[in-house]
Design a protein around this ligand. Structure first.
Ligand SMILES: CC(C)(COP(=O)(O)OP(=O)(O)OC[C@H]1O[C@@H](n2cnc3c(N)ncnc32)[C@H](O)[C@@H]1OP(=O)(O)O)[C@@H](O)C(=O)NCCC(=O)NCCS
Length: 286
């Protein structure tokens, strides 16, 4: 048996916990495939591009992953997976301790699967609202009145500044690097007075998120604009349940297929804001 430096529990023989690097992406993808998660290697890479984390390696094989995405005063903890053969031995808790240490004194957020909730509760996370996952083949989209425009190369720098400000107001997170990475890797940015949306390749098709807006009507206009780009193809949205947009996205052909529990640790009070997050970048990235 070997002992991890920062934890009293014994690691199984031959296991080590090492920093997560791009060399681990393929192995991490294999773990998420075993869970039937839709992520492509590119989706893992996008998350890693704004994160630090650890992998558990046993005899050369990756058997656990966890990442901590750093967004200013907030960290999102994500991609926490333990190989089915290794569960119940304290590995999940150990990896959580590692990424909580990376988060430091930031507010910590995550979206928990049903399997993850008991572990997170034991580590001091508190449930706060649900995410509803909708996806499917987009049907016909009726155009709305609002003028939504697509950011182009000519104005992308200015638009990125504006959308990051709107996002910070809505979420409390500083996600400049993430949004630049999405825009630079072929994502589409939709901008409207009082909101914005991003659309990018993810998993089985496209994902629309974040959707940030100062009213439900503006959020619907942005969702319609993103959905119109995907008519006849696969689209996913992860919506905070509190804004009750499920009926609207179902009318576009996107069925309710799952979700998760939003949990926080070391949460900070924030003043109420007009800007709100109507859809997440992903369950991992908030
Ligand atoms: C969630 C997951 C990471 C837990 O990993 P694990 O290595 O089995 O967890 P641990 O053995 O470290 O358990 C840590 C604690 O949580 C408890 N726990 C873990 N899973 C539990 C469950 N399903 N029900 C009740 N308690 C559970 C353990 O009893 C343990 O308590 P203790 O530290 O007081 O003894 C693992 O089940 C997994 O990979 N699930 C599939 C992927 C997933 O859903 N990940 C979460 C994404 S948000």
């Amino acid at each position: 048996m070997t002992t991890d430096q920062t934890h009293s529990r014994k690691l199984p023989e031959g296991m080590e916990i090492v920093p997560f690097t791009t060399d681990h992406l393929e192995g991490a993808w294999g773990l998420s495939q075993a869970e039937s998660w839709p992520h492509r290697v590119e989706d893992w890479a996008l998350t890693l591009s704004v994160s630090q984390g650890v992998v558990a390696v046993c005899n050369g094989e990756i058997v656990g992953t966890s990442l901590c995405s750093l967004f200013g005063d907030v960290a999102t903890l994500n991609m926490i997976v333990v190989d089915g053969r290794m569960r119940g031995r304290g590995l999940g808790r150990l990896m959580m301790e590692k990424i909580i240490a990376i988060a430091g004194d930031r507010e910590q957020r995550l979206v928990a699967t049903r399997e993850g909730v008991p572990l997170y509760e034991k580590m001091g996370f508190v449930g706060k609202g649900r995410i509803v996952q909708h996806q499917g083949i987009v049907g016909p989209v009726i155009a709305t009145q609002e003028t939504v425009r697509v950011a182009t190369a000519d104005n992308i720098e200015e638009d990125l500044k504006t959308i990051c400000q709107m996002d910070r107001a809505a979420s409390g997170m500083s996600r400049e690097k993430l949004f630049a990475n999405i825009a630079l890797s072929g994502g589409t940015v939709f901008v409207v007075e009082g909101g914005f949306a991003m659309l990018r390749r993810f998993g089985r098709g496209e994902v629309a998120g974040p959707i940030v807006a100062n009213s439900t009507e503006t959020a619907k206009a942005l969702i319609s604009a993103a959905a119109a780009r995907c008519e006849g193809s696969f689209l996913r949205l992860d919506l905070p349940a509190e804004y009750e947009l499920s009926g609207f996205v179902e009318s576009l052909g996107l069925a309710h297929t799952g979700g998760g529990l939003c949990m926080t640790r070391a949460a900070r009070e924030r003043d109420p804001q007009d800007m709100k997050t109507y859809a997440l970048v992903s369950q991992a990235l908030g």
